[in-house]
Design a protein around this ligand. Sequence first.
Ligand code: AMP
Ligand code: MG
Length: 492
Amino acid sequence: MRRVWPPGTFDRLSRAGAVMEAPRFDNSFARLPDQFFTRIDPVPVSDPQLIALNVSLVGQMGLDEDWLLSEAGLAMMAGNAMPSNAAPLAQVYAGHQFGGWSPQLGDGRAHLLGEVVGPDGLNWDIQLKGSGQTPYSRMGDGRAWLGPVLREYIISEAMHALGVPTTRALAAVSTGEPVLREQGYLPGAILTRVAPSHLRVGHFQYFAAEQDSDALGILLKYAIQKHYPDLDDDDAPGFLRAVMLAQADLVGRWMALGFIHGVMNTDNTHIGAITIDYGPCAFMDAYHPGKVFSSIDQFGRYAYGAQPQILVWNLAQLATALLPLMGSDRDKAISEAEAILEGYGAAYTDAWMRHMLPKIGITEPHEGDVELLQDLLNRMAENQADFTRTFRGLANGSTRDEFVDPTAFDAWASTWRGRVPDAPDLNRVNPAFIARNHRIEEAIQAALQADFAPFERLVEVLRHPYDDQPAHNDLQNAPLDQELVTQTFCGT
Ligand code: AMP
Ligand code: MG
């Protein structure tokens, strides 16, 4: 049975006497000129079922939980019927994928439905991911399967709880329709993803490549109003610097959690510096700077330790795209952009220190502190020490057990205790729980058997990653050899 509701029918429904209300969309992106997007409805699915609704986020966004749980809400989240003031569209952007230029990417399986403003004044895009083909689908089917949808739900919400800026997961639905992947036919699913915007470095690259300076200027103004409202809305150099600082901070946060994004292409690098496009990403278990999970990252371009350098490469692409907005003297613009990017090294080092040093109890760095931390990291790498457990264990003295050779830790620890005799509450900065790969995999496998309990437990525990949760100690454990997930895959 195909449920296709006439648009607008369900804007206001009365259930058990209560008035329910559809999201009140105000669509600033849809008011941009035509060349920014293609208006297109999601492709309906045959049998949508709600898998998960993020109730606390629903509240924060000021949405009506009852409406979202109604048939009309489900129809929206499945892409089957839109509230009347939604303005579904697919955005166009370009990007460098693994260093290779693609002049046109865009939302190939996502639809921006519209934007809402929460009671706290925060702005949210509501987007479906896995909602059918668009003019930007290229060879893709426009769909997602259950695995990557649950993965993104778990990891993006975990990142939020860990204090990392990120797109959020509002809901997940299954579609009732199989999708064909390398592994065979798999159940289709759609994620409702929300974020302050979905603007990427690739948006700027697209209009720069099109040599459409007018559109580029409009995009800059829009991006500044959304993400850097303190800047003048035509201040391209100020914008470049602001994105650089914010992105350096973001990657510094990733590094401090052992997070590997896995596809740091320019189209996956967010202008507002939030983590976006969770594909083959992973939190590493045993620490190694060269760690790679993504099956398609053969040369380790996006390895853990490579992320800071890749970021500045991506920022250089943004700078190049912004040149037409930096004055008519191109040489002068190039010098100015270069001068800004030269600040990256210091900005990143600051960010890294800001997020890493507190993990060993240092909030006011002295000379030698970076070396002290680096020494620990080197010993961790040599001893296959679990990243998260090593730092978490510092507060209760259990860290040495994480090392193949515990005396390698002991030697470091005596120096550390000399430098940091009374560590502050390290459990506030070193999480107990991260979204471990083998647990995500376990949750997906159970979900494929219609058992969503492991998924729900993981999501719930990861909402409080810094708290001890004795009943869930098993989720803190590093994988056993037979549980180890060594490769992750793109959602495609
Ligand atoms: P990613 O690097 O995974 O964020 O995706 C790169 C590009 O491929 C984006 O333009 C996506 O919209 C597009 N894409 C990924 N998967 C699919 C799919 N199944 N169908 C259509 N387009 C897709
Ligand atoms: Mg992407």
